[in-house]
Structures are given as structure tokens and as C-alpha cells.
Design a protein around this ligand. Structure first.
Ligand SMILES: *[C@@H]1O[C@H](CO)[C@@H](O)[C@H](O)[C@H]1NC(C)=O
Ligand SMILES: *[C@@H]1O[C@H](CO)[C@@H](O)[C@H](O)[C@H]1NC(C)=O
Ligand SMILES: *[C@@H]1O[C@H](CO)[C@@H](O)[C@H](O)[C@H]1NC(C)=O
Ligand SMILES: *[C@@H]1O[C@H](CO)[C@@H](O)[C@H](O)[C@H]1NC(C)=O
Ligand SMILES: *[C@@H]1O[C@H](CO)[C@@H](O)[C@H](O)[C@H]1NC(C)=O
Ligand SMILES: *[C@@H]1O[C@H](CO)[C@@H](O)[C@H](O)[C@H]1NC(C)=O
Length: 207
């Protein structure tokens, strides 16, 4: 073990090897900082590519509007999600679902957390409910009127957090809102449960 401070060493050699140690330490520190900065940059920038969302087959079951304008109903939609990325998979946190009729909230639901692989298409069912929701008199009249056509046009909003995974890297969470406007939900009369029609809408995602 060379000892740079040892008396047997020439001063020139001593300072040269201590310089080398300093250089190595400085180099290592620089490398560690660079790796840290790289990790930080990756973590901050690997935003998921916007997945695509499509909704169809909306249906309404067990619709009951009382005389004092309280609404009970359950809703079902089919959501198709596509992750366009060739490299990243997407983690979805639990999403909160809101159903709007003429810009007013009439129902809600939850979509449990899930994970979507790269280039994957997944079809999932969304279940929402109106649980004794108080409507205004005007809203009640409107919804009764459109109901008589057996179709109700609603908006569906999904709110939650997503993050992506690239190899072993996981990004931070991004808050995301998905808006699906003018989704047709058919009133289901048959006990079998009509599945609604196949015409659907693409939703807009933003974060
Ligand atoms: C709607 O709800 C009321 C009160 O809960 C009930 O009396 C009535 O039978 C229900 N109507 C239908 C069609 O389910
Ligand atoms: C809705 O359901 C609740 C119980 O779940 C019941 O108390 C209420 O009367 C129902 N309202 C209508 C309009 O059916
Ligand atoms: C709903 O609200 C948006 C803005 O928040 C507005 O542009 C739109 O016209 C409203 N739609 C209805 C049916 O009131
Ligand atoms: C998408 O992922 C789900 C769940 O991992 C899987 O069941 C399904 O087969 C995949 N679909 C395609 C088209 O890869
Ligand atoms: C409901 O199901 C029964 C048998 O399960 C079938 O005979 C009937 O046609 C179905 N009705 C509708 C509207 O699909
Ligand atoms: C959605 O509706 C279309 C057209 O009616 C039908 O072919 C399809 O099977 C339905 N999808 C689901 C998941 O029910």
C-alpha cells in the first residue's frame, strides 16, 4: 500500500499519487451526479404517450324517477383502451367516473386500478349508478322526455392518475382526465339487458 504521506516517498511522487486519488474521486463524484441527473430527467420526462379511449354499448338499467324528482338508475358502458407505445406500459390508478346529463352530474362510479401492456388493446366494462340523485324539476322533465325515445345522451368523465413503465423505470404519476361527450345510452327494457348500440365516441384525454 503506497502511503503518500510516508517519509520514504519523494515529495513529487507523493503529490502525483494524491492528485491521482483526487482525480479519481472527482471523476466518480461527477459520474454519480451525472447518473443521478439522468435518472431525474428520465423520471421527469417519460410521460406516457396519450392512450386512446373509445366508448360504446351504453345502456341504462333499473331507471326509476320518483315524483319528487329523485333518480335511481344503473348504467353500463364498454370502454376500449389502446396503449400506442411500443416501449412503455401504463399503470392506471383507481379512476373516478362521473356521468353528466346536460352538464349536471347524475351518476358516479369507480374503475379499479389496472395495468396495460405496450401496444395492448383492452375492453373493460364501466358500471355507474344514480343513487337517489335529486334532480331539478326542469332536469327531470328533460330526462323523462329524452327517455321516451329510449336513448339518453350523456357525458362521461374519468379522473385518475397514470404512470408509465419503461424497462425498469417508472415515471411519476400524472393526473389525467378523460372526457367522453355525447355518449348514447339506451334504456334497457328486456330482462336480458340490451347492450346498447355499437356506435360509440372517442374520448379526449388530457393531463
Ligand atoms: C320506483 O320507486 C318507487 C319508490 O321506491 C316504487 O314505489 C316504484 O314501484 C318504482 N317503480 C319502478 C318502475 O320500479
Ligand atoms: C332509490 O333507492 C333508495 C334505496 O336504495 C330508495 O330509498 C329510494 O326510494 C329509491 N328512489 C327511487 C326514485 O326509486
Ligand atoms: C356545458 O358546459 C360547457 C362549458 O362548461 C358549455 O360549453 C356547454 O355549452 C354546456 N352544455 C350544455 C348542454 O349546457
Ligand atoms: C391486453 O392485455 C390483457 C391483460 O394483460 C390481455 O388479457 C389481452 O390479451 C391483451 N390484448 C392484446 C391485444 O394484447
Ligand atoms: C331474452 O332471452 C330469452 C331466452 O333467454 C330469449 O328467448 C329472448 O329472445 C331474449 N330477448 C331479447 C330481447 O334478447
Ligand atoms: C357492442 O355493440 C355491438 C353492436 O351492437 C356488438 O356487436 C358488440 O358485441 C357489443 N359489445 C359488447 C362488449 O357488448
Amino acid at each position: 500500500m503506497p502511503n503518500p504521506r510516508g517519509p520514504s516517498h519523494e515529495p513529487v511522487l507523493g503529490s502525483r499519487s494524491s492528485m491521482m486519488v483526487k482525480t479519481i474521486i472527482t471523476g466518480l463524484l461527477a459520474l454519480i451526479v451525472m447518473i443521478g441527473v439522468t435518472i431525474l430527467i428520465i423520471w421527469l420526462t417519460i410521460k406516457p404517450r396519450t392512450p386512446a379511449y373509445f366508448i360504446n354499448n351504453g345502456s341504462i338499467h333499473d331507471y326509476n324517477l320518483s315524483k319528487d324528482y329523485h333518480l335511481n338508475a344503473s348504467y353500463n358502458f364498454v370502454l376500449k383502451t389502446f396503449n400506442p407505445s411500443k416501449r412503455m406500459s401504463v399503470y392506471y390508478d383507481k379512476m373516478e367516473l362521473t356521468l353528466l346529463f346536460k352538464n349536471e352530474t347524475i351518476g358516479s362510479g369507480v374503475m379499479p386500478s389496472w395495468h396495460q401492456h405496450k401496444r395492448n388493446r383492452t375492453t373493460s366494462e364501466l358500471d355507474l349508478e344514480s343513487h337517489n340523485v335529486k334532480l331539478s324539476e326542469a332536469m327531470s322533465r328533460d330526462i323523462e322526455m329524452v327517455k321516451s325515445t329510449n336513448q339518453v345522451v350523456v357525458d362521461l368523465k374519468m379522473k385518475g392518475r397514470i404512470r408509465s413503465k419503461l424497462g425498469i423505470w417508472k415515471s411519476r404519476y400524472y393526473h389525467m382526465t378523460v372526457s367522453c361527450v355525447n355518449v348514447v345510452a339506451e334504456i334497457s327494457k328486456s330482462l336480458n339487458g340490451s347492450r346498447g348500440n355499437g356506435n360509440g365516441v372517442f374520448c379526449e384525454a388530457c393531463w
